[in-house]
Design a protein around this ligand. Structure first.
Ligand code: HEM
Length: 439
């Protein structure tokens, strides 16, 4: 991070900008407060109803809460850039900066945080990798691994802790096989992945930051070595496809102003990015489907009797209790949003928890209903040019998990009176542990 360029993957956060003139200011709310972490929805609704667009003093961001405004931001990437989405929120401690200042820590912004036209140039190749052929291969693997994990959980007996038994291992293994990482490295890679959430979206202490930074450096070096191995010997995986694409057209490695192709460093960076993006929110989604369905016995029973309801149950979970409840942008020019003038450099916090429960979009927004006809109008995968690349994969994993659980464990329920805890961060939402039981 010491040699930052506009394409550096994680940039030190920009100066905190004060409230734009005329923008309502909220002095106390923080997405890291314990009441918001425990249940963001009533608080998000109150904030939305008081001021659809406001400045949060605790966060240093302008918060956008209405679905229409959130969509307007996503659909205008020239005005609302995504360059800040992987940056830490608050300044980093010197020790972490020193670790990340290593001369070989140089991942590039490639997908979620890369502006046009390069983002579109790179996305051509990544979109191909998520095509139907690969998803079909993954579906078979997914069903097999999900069945094996469930067999183990059932054999160990009721009650079980669902995160460690199922929801954590499954999505990580899927995305690692998709990229081609060997299974014997799963535990090591998962341990590196653990705290990226805290780094970019939480408020870790100086010591924690330094430790996370060490893990990120190790992880980046692992990705580089892995891509180098695949360069020598291809396999049937996404990394090999990206390398083929690079060799067919090395893009910026041939000409810095290239409008086609993909550079070698971009291939390495896509591997680094997707292996993080591809599992944590899915783990949370798997848990959140159960948190929503199991206490509502009539809806769980409906799913047991008709597993074809699983897809819409997943959409309704993404709306009602999303695994991603916020995302970020920064303005590149003066603009107006919801009647508030925003100067250039305004950091924008898109509050999905408020937008996904907007009463003007969803009738009875605070009711969970697997039959809701417009459940998939949620904003949990974003919208526009950066729309989540793994949405199809995440939906498939959650659907398969629900189908299997409904078939194998129809009496499944949450262990009563358990107190759920959530990792303190501004964006990702799923319980740290979820205890389930069955007859
Ligand atoms: C429930 C699970 C998931 C949720 C809620 C989620 C959510 C999101 C959101 C909100 C964005 C930003 C969209 C925008 O800026 O408009 C995003 C982007 C992205 N997601 Fe996901 N995601 C999930 C799973 C996955 C998976 C499984 C993968 C890959 C295996 C993945 C890869 C990506 C990538 C690469 C981007 C950047 C796309 C681009 O900028 O072109 N995500 N995701």
């Amino acid at each position: 991070m010491s040699t930052e360029t506009s394409n550096t993957y994680h940039r030190a956060p920009s100066e905190v900008v004060t409230a734009p003139t005329g923008c309502p200011v909220e002095h106390t709310w923080s997405p890291l407060s314990s009441d918001y972490l425990a249940d963001p929805y009533p608080i998000a609704a109150r904030l939305r109803d008081e001021h659809p667009v406001f400045y949060s003093e605790q966060l240093g961001y302008v918060v956008v809460t209405r679905m229409d405004d959130v969509e307007q931001v996503f659909m205008n990437p020239d005005v609302f850039a995504s360059t800040n989405v992987q940056d830490p929120i608050w300044p980093l401690a010197p020790a972490a900066l020193e670790v990340l200042g290593a001369s070989d820590f140089d991942p590039q912004a490639v997908m979620s945080n890369r502006p046009e036209p390069d983002h579109a140039r790179i996305r051509v190749f990544t979109r191909q990798g998520f095509g139907n052929r690969r998803l079909k291969t993954l579906e078979d693997y997914m069903r097999r691994r999900a069945t094996e994990l469930l067999d183990e959980m059932i054999a160990t007996g009721s009650p079980a802790e669902y995160v460690q038994s199922f929801a954590f291992p499954l999505p990580a293994e899927i995305v690692f096989r998709f990229l081609g990482f060997p299974a014997e490295h799963d535990a090591m890679i998962k341990s590196w992945g653990g705290n990226r959430k805290a780094f970019s979206w939480g408020q870790p202490s100086a010591d924690e930051q330094a430790q996370i930074a060490e893990g990120m450096l190790d992880y980046w070096r692992y990705c580089r070595d892995f891509v180098a191995q695949r360069r020598e010997q291809r396999a049937d995986d996404f990394t090999s496809e990206l390398l083929d694409a690079h060799e067919a057209d090395p893009g910026p490695d041939r000409d810095p102003a290239a409008t086609t192709g993909i550079s070698y460093r971009e291939v390495e960076s896509v591997v680094y990015g997707i292996s993080f993006a591809g599992h944590d929110p899915v783990t949370a989604l798997l848990c959140n489907t159960l948190r929503c369905l199991l206490p509502r016995r009539d809806q769980w029973q409906a799913l047991v009797e008709d597993p074809s309801l699983a897809s819409n149950a997943v959409e309704e979970t993404l709306r009602y209790e999303s695994s991603q409840i916020a995302w970020r942008r920064v303005t590149t020019q003066p603009t107006n949003l919801g009647g508030v003038d925003l100067p250039v450099g305004t950091r924008v916090f898109l509050n999905f928890a408020a937008a996904n429960h907007s009463p003007d979009q969803f009738s009875n927004p605070d009711t969970f209903d697997i039959h809701r006809s417009n459940a998939n109008r949620h904003i949990s995968f974003g919208k526009g040019i950066h729309f989540c690349l793994g949405a199809g994969l995440a939906r498939m994993e959650a659907r398969i998990a629900l189908e299997l659980l409904a078939e194998r464990l129809p009496s499944l329920r949450l262990v009563p009176d358990q107190e759920l805890t959530f990792f303190p961060n501004i964006t990702f939402r799923g319980p740290n542990a979820l205890h389930v039981e069955w007859d």
